[in-house]
Design a protein around this ligand. Structure first.
Ligand code: SF4
Length: 740
């Protein structure tokens, strides 16, 4: 072993910002982690979480061997014992009740991991269950729905062209705490500041005067859950004042008149009371949007996790179209990731199947996670009897937590793949240890599709896995072997080769693929010999828009290109992609999809309906936290209590709530008792709690988190949904608050 200090460069996988890290290490120990100043995208930016990446690996609570539950207690087991038990228990459930009796829950970390992105897809393919749930329905599903309807593909998501825009209208987002979401951009603070410095303007619409709102040029406080009304009113003004100008998409937009009709009733005075934003302010913002040389409207989680999440998401993109800012520099643009596959035109649909109990429609191949508990608990044919969770903690992160906890306790069998024995995996019969970020390779499949600049970066593992330990992708393949009847001991290389051969077969058969018509054997033989995620990534890069197409494009990209570029490859600013890359059957932007128009009457009712007298609960982000992750890292959770109930001074005085004391927050779903923080940052009538906390459940084994447990805000969510996307309502929940 060398005593010399070595440097390792990798992309931080802890949030969507994809910062480059420079890791100094010696003899298997991290000496220092700082931002990689040469990273082509992040230029040295780092947040407090990034510098703690090594702590996750060193954590004594991290699972290092599989666990099997015996007599109610988890005990260490070998990998073979774990897979044998899974085979013994899962196989008969599938045989007796069908694949739909086995549900899969995919947690948010899956989109931050190569094996999660590549190999869970393979598992779902062979399992063939329709009972798929994920964190997407407590987050961004409305955006997938509107992208599917408007642009033809649920993953064609426009992002604000932050580095060139003159005007950013941002709703329900707090990137100075979250580091950004559905808009991958390291250093949001710097990029926001640059907009103002070049003479532009940033307007933040949020019920809370967040860190982002304070850094903006203007903050508009809005009543939670009313973003769709405000956005409709902006569109109303554009039509009324003849400010609509489609710009470069003129001639490629269908449904303009239908949208004009849909927003007709939503004039600014009519929505002012509900939104809490004066009509003249709404008119002024609409005029500013239209007059700015370029502008981007961007809505995030606060707009999506509401009763009208899909309506809000739709109108964000409509406004970008109406002002001529969709798909143009400085507007809202579509990234072109190095691994992106050609997409064919097709009709986007939802509801190809529905949930058994409440008849909720499938969206993008999954059901709303808010329905998971009832699908397990309600007796009858088709009941979910087994659950596989992969890198997820739905008991903390999804609605009506107490009920879900009870449901998981009643499963016939549960298997989890995770780094910790957490509040959810404690319910599992078998827990397989996940792979920590420093022991796996990394390429951001999800976030390069959402990046505000086209970039690509690959990170090899820093550390090897200990002898005899399976990586996540191997564990997922072994699970796939079990559900396909190959038994618990199937050879991972054989399984991996089978999966890769299927991918190659599809590519050569696809007329849109650059290797269409070539011999599969030629592609197989020309691929990386080591197999695993590297072979798949290399394959995808070579078939991608910058790829070498297996020799057909001289100087094209492959994984070797990235391996020789430890600071990443800059593929340039975003380029206009429409109309050629539109996937709608019509080849136009569908501005007024019937499914969305049909929901407008429901929104209209909200405009005229009663305004809640109750307090409304919203969520909160913190730069030292990311959902329920990283709460077992002492350096991130120590210090001032972060899981507090924030409340406005006027509301606190009215209710007899005292700063620093505790208050009880209740809904019909449950109640929590949290320490109070009185702050003028909260809009009157609004309180906030962060999510991802509540680490005080028996059976979990996270020693640091359990000393700072916080409270689980999802005990308060009632299971309300946005009907078009199945997304849970987590913002704007009426609550009762009393001194505890
Ligand atoms: S901002 Fe996100 S990607 Fe960057 S260092 Fe922090 S956690 Fe990692």
């Amino acid at each position: 072993m060398s005593d010399d200090l070595s440097l390792h460069f990798r992309t931080c996988p802890l949030c969507e910002a994809t910062c480059g890290l420079e890791i100094s290490h010696r003899n298997g120990q991290i000496v220092r982690i700082r931002g990689d100043r040469e990273d082509v995208f992040s230029n040295g930016f780092i947040c407090p979480k990034g510098s703690t990446l090594g702590k996750l690996d060193e954590d004594p609570d991290r699972l290092r061997t599989p666990l099997i539950k015996r007599d109610g207690r988890h005990v260490a087991a070998t990998w073979d014992e774990a897979f044998e038990l899974i085979d013994e228990r899962l196989g008969p459930i599938i045989a007796a009740h069908g694949a739909d009796a086995v549900a899969v829950y995919l947690g948010n970390p899956n989109v931050h991991s190569m094996s999660g992105a590549l190999y869970t897809r393979g598992l779902l393919k062979v399992l063939r269950t329709r009972s798929v749930f994920s964190a997407a329905t407590v987050d961004q599903m409305p955006k997938h729905v509107t992208s599917g309807h408007m642009f033809g593909h649920p993953d064609l998501i426009p992002v604000p062209d932050l580095d060139r825009t003159d005007y950013l209208l941002m709703l329900g987002a707090n990137p100075l705490e979250s580091n950004g979401s559905l808009a991958t951009a390291p250093d949001w603070p710097g990029r926001m500041k640059a907009i103002s410095s070049r003479g532009g303007k940033v307007v933040v619409v949020d019920p809370v005067s967040t860190k982002t709102a304070k850094a903006a040029d203007e903050h508009l406080a809005i009543r939670p859950g009313t973003d769709a009304l405000f956005l409709f009113a902006l569109a109303h003004v554009l039509f009324e004042e003849d400010l609509v100008s489609l710009g470069r998409l003129d001639g490629h937009v269908a449904g303009l008149d239908d949208v004009a009709g849909a927003v007709l009733d939503f004039d600014p005075p009519s929505v002012a009371d509900a939104c809490g934003i004066p009509a003249d302010t709404t008119v002024r913002i609409a005029r500013e949007l239209a007059a700015s040389p370029s502008a981007a409207v961007y809505g995030r989680i606060g707009t999506h996790t509401t009763r009208f999440g899909t309506m809000a998401s739709w109108m964000v993109d409509v406004l970008n179209v109406l002002t001529g800012n969709l798909d143009r520099p400085g507007g809202a643009m579509f990234p072109l990731a190095a691994h992106e596959r050609p997409r064919s035109r097709r009709q986007f649909t939802t509801g190809r199947w529905v949930s058994r109990v409440s008849g909720l429609p499938e969206v993008r191949g999954e059901l709303p996670v808010a329905a998971l508990a009832e699908e397990i608990m309600e007796p009858g044919d088709g009941r979910i009897r087994a659950l596989v969770t992969i890198a997820g903690n739905p008991i903390l992160s999804t609605p009506d937590s107490d009920r879900l906890d009870e449901a998981l306790a009643g499963l016939d069998f549960m298997v989890s793949l995770d780094v910790y024995l957490n509040e959810t995996t404690r319910r599992a019969d078998v827990v397989l240890p996940g792979t920590t970020p420093l022991r796996r390779s990394h390429y951001d499949f999800a976030f390069y599709q959402l990046a505000v600049r086209n970039v690509a970066n690959y990170s090899p593992p820093l550390y090897d896995l200990p002898e005899g330990t399976l990586s996540e992708w191997e564990a997922l393949l072994r699970l796939g072997g079990i559900v396909t009847g190959m038994g618990p001991h199937a050879d991972t290389k054989t399984l991996d080769d089978m999966m890769f051969a299927t991918m190659v077969g599809s590519a050569v058969a696809d007329p849109a693929s650059p290797v269409h018509g070539r011999e599969p054997e030629e592609i197989m033989e020309g691929s990386r010999p080591e197999g695993g995620p590297e072979r798949v990534l290399d394959f995808m890069l070579r078939l991608g828009p910058y790829g070498d197409a297996y020799g057909a494009m001289a100087d094209g990209m492959s994984l070797a290109t990235l391996e020789t570029s430890p600071h990443g490859v800059d593929l340039g600013p975003l380029q206009s992609r429409f109309p050629s890359d539109l996937c709608t059957p019509s080849g136009s932007v569908e501005l007024a999809p019937p499914a969305l128009l049909d929901d407008v009457p429901r929104l209209r009712e909200a405009m005229t309906g009663p305004i809640h007298d109750e307090l409304l609960l919203v969520g909160r982000r913190d730069v030292r936290s990311n959902n329920s992750w990283m709460h077992n890292v002492d350096v991130l959770v120590k210090g001032k209590e972060r899981c507090t109930l924030r409340i406005n001074p006027a509301d606190a005085a009215r209710l007899g709530i005292v700063d620093g004391e505790v208050a009880k927050v209740s809904t019909e779903a449950g109640s929590v008792v949290a320490p109070v923080e009185i702050t003028g940052d909260m809009m009157t009538g609004v309180v906030s709690l962060p999510h991802g906390w509540g680490h005080d459940m028996d059976g979990a084994a996270m020693s640091v988190a359990s000393t700072r447990p916080g409270v689980n805000a999802n005990r308060l969510s009632t299971g309300d949904l946005d009907p078009l996307s199945g997304n849970a309502v987590l913002n704007g929940i009426p609550v009762e608050v009393v001194p505890a």
